[in-house]
Design a binder for this molecule. Sequence first.
Ligand code: 5RP
Length: 248
Amino acid sequence: FAPFAARQPANRWSTDMADAEELKRAAAAKALEYVTDGMRLGLGTGSTAKHFVALLAERVAAGLKVTGVPTSEQTKAQALSLGVPLATLDELPELDLCIDGADEIGPELALIKGGGGALLREKIVASAAREMIVIADETKTVATLGRFPLPIEVVTFGVEAIKLRLKGAIATAGCDGELKLRHKADGKPFITDQGNVIVDAHLGRIPDPRALARALEEVAGVVEHGLFLGLARRAVLAGANGISVITP
Ligand code: 5RP
């Protein structure tokens, strides 16, 4: 990691971005060490997972035999384009390992996921795996979850009514904040791979993630939320001083 610290940027912003990509790639490369021949792998979504899929493809080209189950159409397209063998979760309902990124990593490896909008498939695939490893740059770790808006996937019917119920549910878990329907850059609502929409809950702080998860799951119209609790067994974190692997 010495090169990161040593580099004297001409353009600080673009160099920081490049460094962030290097850190994500370093975490992905470390996670690849947990992959062995014959594994059935859940393939995550997002920029960190994208590095993992690219590195995995290099190993596949060199002879590694694995089958991937992608967590999004985006990851599916990338893996197919790079020659990573794929199956559906119906074909492979039990997986050995799932490798995915996260938006926030809190105590006990509680995660917020869904910044890329793939939380539903990501949670189904992670739940089907014997182990989930989360990969990230270390800036994703927090003492308390909630700074990153919590994505909540809801059906398209009655979104305003669902939001009102969500507001109440969130209050029962000791949280408060704005709920915003996610939009794409063109101003149209963001539609997930499963045809739903996402409400981002800007909570700032989630004092009791389990209580919030339970409360959200009781709201009619909620398909899934981005709290991943008790799913990740390991986090591979890359920072300026190197890689650390942490367990709950
Ligand atoms: C997508 C996700 C991603 O894993 C999460 O948003 C992290 O993405 P990135 O690696 O680009 O920071 O949950 O739904």
